[in-house]
Design a protein around this ligand. Sequence first.
Ligand code: ZN
Length: 164
Amino acid sequence: MDAEETAWEQRSVVRLVPSVRPRKLAKVPFVELADGRLQGVVSSGSDIERVYVSSIGAGTHELSCSTNNNRPCGGLYGAACKHIRLLADEAVVQYGLDRVARYLRVEVPEGGDLMAHLNGHVEQTPAAVVFSRFLRHLAYLEVPGSTDPLPELHWFPATGAAAR
Ligand SMILES: [Zn+2]
């Protein structure tokens, strides 16, 4: 195992958080609070082959959305596109509104709509970094079913998000 891989494994331990509520994995297969952004991967509503990499910057709230091939999202101009809205909704499901609002540094009243309190401008960030993290995440999901313990998964808690 090389040093880079080891560093990744250590980061993974830190960011493993069970969902507050069950998530819609088909629509938003990947969401994380990392690199100073709420970022993730959102399925295209119309094309099953296409995914969007969307993000909202912490503090500045800049909005970014493009395909995994770095083509800018056609729905993002001036205001958030539906992918960013879906990402925000799923982040609230995954982490809870308080935690997402604190990470993005935005004041949202109890039960309020996160997106209604963001007024960030559009600023595209490269999709490649987020997308490669997503692929690493997927690699674990695609490990063939087996009853043998997987050494690199031993840090998953025994009661996973799926049980909630
Ligand atoms: Zn979009």
